[in-house]
Design a binder for this molecule. Structure first.
Ligand code: SAH
Length: 248
């Protein structure tokens, strides 16, 4: 079981697989006022940076599930490196339908809401693992500015303008799903650069090491076009944030 190989090629050197930086995760961890020993569930945990650093900085315990064996392996090594392996469990698997055996204080899906068919389904899924009064974290894109045309939305790698909302509408939509928005931390363009521009050096080095690979042509084309596409579209139009929700 694995995610499409192109992601493990372009993001093999990423610790954080979204436009958040280590500082943003630190701000979010502090904003949530995490108690030592609090249990956290993270669906689509990637390389586990959020869980590992919160385990180190706030003493949380938790479980992360991810479909990528590469990322789960990196998460386990990171937990060892930060001396928090005894606090965390990383599981390689499909997070669709995953419900924790023991209820958690924080149930998160940070940049992987397709796991449960979108934001609404993901909130429902996470709620099944949550203590009464617990916090749901949703990491999700929104339009920083509304694309003037569908082509601009496609340039941001969305299917259509309707894929995402503007920030005020996204915040209102959480209310319509029965949640209070109790905190939020938003990515900025520097964070987007860390996520997107870091892929370019990884691609270049991968191409040098794997010239005969079946994906080499695709990666070469991407490396040639991505800097300009990113600066024209994603960097100008797409926002991203983590939203903390409590069920009403
Ligand atoms: N939350 C992480 C990773 C976000 S990227 C971070 O902040 O760094 C999206 C992640 O979802 C990837 O790691 C990908 O491997 C994972 N993923 C995609 N589909 C999945 C599924 N069905 N079950 C579990 N993980 C999945």
């Amino acid at each position: 079981m694995d995610i499409p190989r192109i992601f493990t090629i372009t993001e093999s050197a990423h610790r954080i697989h979204n436009p958040f930086t280590p500082e943003k995760f630190a701000v979010l961890g502090a904003a949530l006022r995490l108690a030592s020993g609090a249990r956290v569930l993270d669906l689509g945990c990637g390389s586990g940076e959020m869980l590992c650093t919160w385990a180190r900085d706030h003493g949380v315990t938790g479980t992360g599930i991810d479909m990528s064996p590469l990322f789960i392996g990196q998460a386990k090594r990171r937990a060892e490196e930060l001396g928090v392996a005894h606090q965390l469990k990383f599981i390689h698997g499909d997070a669709a339908g995953y419900v924790a055996e023991e209820k958690v204080s924080v149930a998160a899906c940070v940049g992987a809401t397709w796991i449960a068919g979108g934001v609404s389904g993901t909130i429902e899924l996470l709620a099944r693992s949550l203590h009464a009064g617990g916090i749901i974290l949703i990491g999700e894109p929104y339009w920083w500015q509304l694309p003037p045309t569908e082509d601009v939305a496609k340039g941001c790698l969305a299917h259509a303008i309707s894929d995402f909302l503007l920030l005020p509408e996204l915040l209102a939509s959480f209310g319509q799903l029965g949640c209070d928005v109790v905190e939020m931390v938003l990515a900025d363009q520097d964070g987007w650069d860390r996520y997107e521009a870091a892929k370019w050096l990884t691609m270049r080095r991968w191409l040098e090491a794997n010239p005969a690979d079946e994906l080499a042509k695709e990666v070469r084309a991407k490396l040639s076009s991505e800097p300009r596409r990113y600066a024209t579209y994603t960097r100008e139009y797409l926002g991203w944030g983590v939203f903390a929700l409590m069920l009403r």
